[in-house]
Design a binder for this molecule. Sequence first.
Ligand SMILES: Cc1cc2nc3c(=O)[nH]c(=O)nc-3n(C[C@H](O)[C@H](O)[C@H](O)COP(=O)(O)OP(=O)(O)OC[C@H]3O[C@@H](n4cnc5c(N)ncnc54)[C@H](O)[C@@H]3O)c2cc1C
Length: 472
Amino acid sequence: VTDDADSGTAMAAALAELVRDLGDALLGADDGLDRFTEPARGRGGPALAVVRPRDVAEVRRAVQWARRHRVHLLPQGAVSGLVGASTPPVDGPPVVVLSTEQLVDGLVVDPVDRTAVVPAGLRLSALECALAPHGLTFPIDLGADPTIGGMVATNTGGARMLRHGDVRRRVLGVQAVVADDAVSVVDDLSTLRKDNTGPDVSGLFVGSAGSLGIVTRVALDLERRPAHSATALVSLSGDEAALDALLVVERVAGERLSALEVLSAPAVDAARSVLDGIDPLGGRPASTTMLVELVGSADVDDALLGVLAALDEGARGSGVEAAVVPPARAWALRHAITEGLRRRGTVLGLDVSVPRPALPTFLAEARAAVAATDGSAEVADFGHWADGGVHCNVVWPDPHQPDPEVVTSCRDAVFAIAVERYRGSWSAEHGVGPHNADWWRRTTPPEVAAAVRGLRSLFDPLRVLGHPDLPW
Ligand SMILES: Cc1cc2nc3c(=O)[nH]c(=O)nc-3n(C[C@H](O)[C@H](O)[C@H](O)COP(=O)(O)OP(=O)(O)OC[C@H]3O[C@@H](n4cnc5c(N)ncnc54)[C@H](O)[C@@H]3O)c2cc1C
């Protein structure tokens, strides 16, 4: 047991050693650390320092230091994660952030193999710029610009998961620095698609929330960029109609279907409020809206018209209001929702999935449960319905400020309906962090929890990696 003065002196000595060892790569409290401590949503706490290694050797030195002094080292990419796992806790043990923003050198693209080996700190947008001249894409698409390492650590899904899968499906190999006694570099950077030589060690780092190792490089399976795409926005009478429409779209569009999103009326309203006069819905009143994207050859526009005709026919004379909209405009509406909701007030982002037939009843029950918990809150849901996923956002319009207990009650109510009534998931795609850690403890079978904790003991026996409030 040490008293505060002793531990303060020990920490000052530890930081002095970090400055000596990694000074060139270090930012201290005087350097303005806000962008490393403010999360995409909610509040973050202070960082003792931010270390920005430039290569694997510097990553190893940072991990060695963290082990020596038993200080939490929090890997961080673009801070776009939505479960509170990438910024230090408000109240908690001291944390040094390891930002990968300088881990960006050495991208290798092999256009013939249709693969790339990518440094972990590279942003998705930078990777796409490098792939475009080769006619290639990393087909995970979302309304943020994360790093590739962060995408691996959270197993990002995104709007085109329906067609291309999540990050897990695209990762061929991973290089990571782990915090075992040797501070080993696990180098499993194969670019082979067919390599069935034992358990998938690279796969262990996918979705590990920075707790098993610091991902330094990733080998990715790429796709050819689609030659043509076409999008439509379809106004529907409600969630039941959206489920019917989903089936029609899948049947008629077949393998051309690339994305299918459903946006509730409050989500559409929020998006419109930030689009500065551009209205992809051409003035139609906000209602349940489906975004449909088809990709393929030059006949894709005709194929989309065929889908819209089938939807109209399926509506049995009641008519479906639909319009072909340029892809950039349709996606601008979809991607403006987050900012629109943020400007409206306080947002609790709940990312759940249920079996697709349950989507309408789940949403009706979730909205009722939120209204019963706090009459000033509204649900503005939207999401990747074709995958059974929905971002069930609870919004308290300004000036309402929910008490923390009310936030917890809303979260628990929505998760309970998804998990206990519909055998759904409390984290469809955002991964695990302090915001949903209790639900991991509550719902993970003991044998699975023991396996995850065993992996942690193997790769990080002193528990220095990742957010201190991770549940394993
Ligand atoms: C507007 C918006 C839209 C979004 N839409 C989607 C969506 O459709 N689908 C979806 O799945 N997600 C979505 N997200 C969530 C988010 O973008 C992902 O979780 C993202 O991939 C995280 O990447 P990052 O670089 O920002 O990581 P960070 O937020 O910095 O970190 C996230 C986690 O990864 C760990 N980590 C980061 N880098 C490394 C590394 N190199 N090694 C080990 N651990 C690391 C961190 O410790 C933390 O646990 C959205 C976010 C926003 C803000």
